[in-house]
Write a protein that binds this ligand. Structure first.
Ligand code: SAH
Length: 495
């Protein structure tokens, strides 16, 4: 049966797609319904029609699914941040388990039986709200010209005014209200993406969950203003001290800075950072956990990191401890191993590994992150970690080429015991994977934030002589469709 745009159909949702959309069938015709939940029967209006399928908008839940819950946030449908708030958390975990499994089978080419034998249950969160240590709020104006801040609506740059996101730290609301109030009373303009005018573009807030330290960084659209050259009191913001005084009154405020971004692009942070008050960094501590024991208790080992506004740091610190501890467990270190940690960021995983290995080599493309990694090693008294700046797909092959010809002494580095990778969503570059295969480590630990590219890369590694031994998801991003995955591979013929 043919459907027309705007037709209203009643459909039962039998599956969910990778982006969290409900999927149902009417007369053999597949409908994708955003915001409909597995098990719902809904009325949906066709918005986009294709030959065998259509996209439809949820109009009314006729019979709610037993897995449907009341969303915590009133904006959950418009906001681009969350996709699964109406689904019970237990079902969210099942969705993520299935998403990893399906991708490994469909893209990775593994059989369902093989994956089921290797896959461990996804590690869920104890508290799936207020888990994020970082939020970046765009600043703009509403139709009446009032300054607002909040989040982008899905797939757009229109801002939904909301200072109280249920995924972020509760204190963010107070901080945002202070900044909005300052902007109103001091007549400070919000940036306008279309005209390129206006001052304040974004507000970054980061909180160290263990240290409680708070960092606020305002991304602004111009350099110093106001006073003539040579005057020491030149300011980045109008009546800057009034804002600083109010922010400094917030308990545990540690760092207030501005980031200068005058580019007309979608990149949030500018490269230049100036500390206006307090410290340039906040710190946070990550504890190693015992992943074999119920409740994953701390082992007593811990590392402290300094985080600057531009450095990458995992956004869910509670789950990060489990993610890193699992990666460490999969690495199976005894203290004698040589390990490469590719895409190492500020050296978090590298330093965890270093305390159990002979030597760790990290590779990272962002200069500031490499500098942070070296500093973090010193701060934690770790001397057996070395960091290289560059792209993994360039550093590793170049090193392998050169060292392979020139030095015998590099044998350990050329053929490490373990390689750990934690690439961004696009996964590993082919040149990186091929060099990893040439290096023939006994084990590869792959940490991934996108199980589709993970599956693609596992196929290359398994075709190249590795065997997938273990797979486990860690939910770092409750209420969203995203999930982290950790995999252990070992060289064929090695136990
Ligand atoms: N393992 C770290 C960082 C993971 S995020 C942690 O857990 O904190 C991925 C990191 O890869 C980022 O720091 C990013 O800057 C870096 N990166 C992105 N592309 C890269 C490439 N081609 N080569 C090396 N590093 C890269």
């Amino acid at each position: 049966m043919e459907y027309q745009k705007n037709d209203l159909v009643t459909v039962t949702i039998e599956d969910m797609g990778n982006e969290g959309e409900g999927i149902g069938k009417v007369n053999g015709f597949t409908l994708f319904v955003k915001d409909a939940v597995l098990g719902d029967t809904v009325e949906a209006r066709i918005v986009k029609n294709k030959k065998n399928y259509a996209y439809a908008r949820l109009e009314k839940v006729v019979t709610p699914s037993p897995f449907r819950v009341t969303p915590a946030c009133a904006y959950h449908r418009q906001c681009g941040g969350c996709q699964l708030q109406a689904l019970s958390y237990q079902k969210q975990l099942e969705f993520k388990q299935k998403k990893i499994r399906d991708n490994l089978i469909r893209i990775g080419g593994f059989s369902p039986e093989y994956i089921d034998a290797k896959m461990e249950p996804v590690i869920g969160m104890e508290e799936p709200f207020h888990y994020r240590n970082k939020a970046q709020y765009p600043v703009g104006t509403d139709r009446e010209g009032n300054v607002i801040t909040g989040f982008y609506a899905g797939r757009t740059h229109s801002i939904i005014a909301n200072t109280d996101c249920c995924l972020g730290a509760s204190k963010n609301k107070d901080i945002l209200e202070i900044i909005l109030d300052y902007m109103r009373t001091c007549h400070v303009s919000a940036y306008n993406e279309i005209t390129g005018e206006g001052l304040i573009r974004h507000i970054l807030i980061r909180t160290g969950f263990t240290s409680k330290e708070i960092m606020v960084c305002l991304v602004i659209n111009r350099n110093r203003t106001g006073s003539p050259k040579g005057n020491k009191n030149r300011e980045y913001l109008p009546r800057q001290n009034e804002l600083i005084q109010r922010l400094a009154e917030i308990e545990n405020m540690t760092s207030v800075s501005v980031s200068i971004n005058t580019e007309r692009n979608n990149v949030i942070m500018g490269k230049e950072i100036h500390t206006l008050w307090g410290s340039p960094v906040i710190s946070d501590t990550i504890h190693v956990r015992d992943m074999q024991k119920e409740g994953y208790p701390f082992t007593g080992k811990e590392l402290t990191f300094h985080i600057s506004p531009l450095s990458f740091y995992q956004v869910n610190p509670v789950q990060t401890e489990k993610l890193y501890s699992l990666a460490l467990e999969y690495a199976g270190l005894t203290g004698r191993e040589t390990v490469w940690d590719l895409y190492c960021g500020i050296g978090t995983i590298s330093l965890f590994l270093a305390s159990n290995a002979k030597k760790v080599y990290g590779v990272e493309v962002v200069l500031q992150a490499v500098e942070d990694a070296r500093e973090n090693a010193k701060r934690n008294g770790i001397c057996n970690a070395q960091f290289f700046l560059g792209k993994a797909e360039e550093v590793l092959p170049e090193f392998y080429e050169k060292a392979g010809k020139d030095f015998d002494s590099a044998a350990d580095m050329l053929h490490p015991d373990v390689i750990v990778v934690d690439p961004p969503r696009k996964g590993c570059d082919e040149a990186c994977l091929q060099t990893m295969l040439q290096m023939q480590p006994e084990r590869i630990v792959y940490v991934s934030c996108d199980c589709a590219t993970l599956a693609r890369d596992l196929k290359v590694l398994c075709d190249g002589g590795y065997e997938l031994k273990k797979v486990r998801g860690v939910d770092q991003f409750g209420m969203t469709v995203h999930v982290e995955t950790v995999c252990l591979l070992s060289k064929l013929g090695v136990k």
